[in-house]
Design a protein around this ligand. Structure first.
Ligand code: AHG
Ligand code: MN
Ligand code: MN
Ligand code: MN
Length: 336
């Protein structure tokens, strides 16, 4: 009864198809393909603990991280689904060394979109039953249709994104995405296997009272970040703020978008560019943030204006409620 009153995600995509810049139906098919893979991954994540899919896979990815079994499984499921449906010409993933070219004999590189993906975000939370996610980003290729994709198609600034989103495997599973016309969130009814529009037009509150940062790294942070953290903790006006850090970007972002807050993964004396990946994590989250009236910055400039130079490049990340990100930037530039 409850669900009958709500649009399903499939209905919503069709209803909004006209607003897409290009209306070949390819983007709709792509968003639906990701939805299908998300359901499969959701099913696997829910079984973690019962079947042998938690723990390390025994391999290291190109980022130097120990891959978890679910990192590998989610990566395989997303790539497989997108390959089978032949809707993209290329995929780049956090878990793959290089981008993957997708082509079938009859298609002759006719597909127009590339997908960049963080198949499983927050891997360290898998074994302990805490929320994880998937992040994706979609661009139109810049090289001519009919030729194989090249690195250039993937190294586009975030402002060129056509769509971006995440799936959060939380207390409930949600698919949140934007095609440049606001942000909408859909919740999975697990009994029916259907996503329903539950959070239309999501917006970051202008300001908030939550700051999310791995404070264990405090000693290694730049002075501007240290000063901003002290500012968050000061008793004045609506401060001190509350500190909340899950260690899964998707979950921290999702909470802050609903409640109002700032997420930070700054550079440190140990990691000159921070940890988060520009292409798979920062750009898609930045697009969502801006579409939801929030802001995303590297501390000095807009994330989506950065020209990427390599697939797995990292960048410092400050994202969330506009006023809070602006305040953090103010502290950063003071101590420059
Ligand atoms: P991933 O699991 O995709 O490698 O990403 C982990 C990221 C991000 O989700 C999270 O916010 C951050 O790493 C946590 O890092 P720390 O443990 O260093 O705080
Ligand atoms: Mn990882
Ligand atoms: Mn991640
Ligand atoms: Mn990941």
């Amino acid at each position: 009864m409850f669900d009958k009153q709500r649009l399903t995600m499939g209905e919503f995509i069709i209803a909004n198809q006209e607003s897409f810049q290009y209306t070949s139906g390819e983007l709709s098919r792509l968003l639906n393909g990701i939805r299908l893979a998300a359901k499969v991954v959701n099913h696997e994540v829910n079984k973690a603990g019962l079947v042998d899919i938690i723990g390390a896979a025994g391999e290291t990815n190109i980022q130097g991280e120990n891959q978890q079994k679910l990192d590998v499984l989610a990566n395989d499921k997303f790539i497989q689904t997108l390959k089978n449906r032949e809707i993209v010409c290329g995929i780049a993933s956090e878990e793959e060394d290089d981008f993957i070219t997708i082509n079938s004999f009859d298609k002759q590189h006719q597909n127009k979109y590339v997908v960049l993906i963080d198949p499983l975000d927050g891997s360290s939370n898998i074994d302990v039953n805490v929320s994880v996610g998937t992040i994706f980003s979609i661009y139109r290729r810049v090289t001519p249709v009919g030729t194989p994709v090249t690195l250039e198609d993937f190294l586009q600034p975030g402002r060129n994104q056509i769509a971006a989103g995440y799936i959060i495997y939380g207390t409930s599973t949600m698919y949140v995405y934007t095609t440049g016309h606001g942000v909408n969130g859909f919740t999975l009814n697990p009994a029916l296997g259907t996503f329903y529009l539950s959070h239309p037009n999501m917006q970051f509150p202008e300001t908030g009272q939550i700051y999310s940062v791995n404070e264990g790294n405090y000693i290694h942070f730049p002075q501007g970040v240290k000063d901003y953290i002290k500012y968050c903790q000061m008793e004045e006006g609506d401060r001190p703020y509350t500190s909340r850090y899950i260690g899964s970007l998707v979950s921290d972002f999702h909470r802050n978008m609903i409640k109002g807050g700032i997420y930070m993964y700054p550079k440190s004396s140990k990691a000159q560019n921070g940890k988060l990946r520009l292409l798979y994590e920062c750009n898609p989250m930045a697009f969502l943030a801006e579409q939801a009236n929030g802001k995303a910055s590297d501390g000095y400039q807009r994330i989506m204006d950065i020209q990427p130079t390599e697939l797995h490049e990292r960048v410092p990340f400050f994202c969330g409620s506009k006023k809070m990100v602006e305040k953090a930037e103010e502290f950063m530039s003071k101590s420059k």
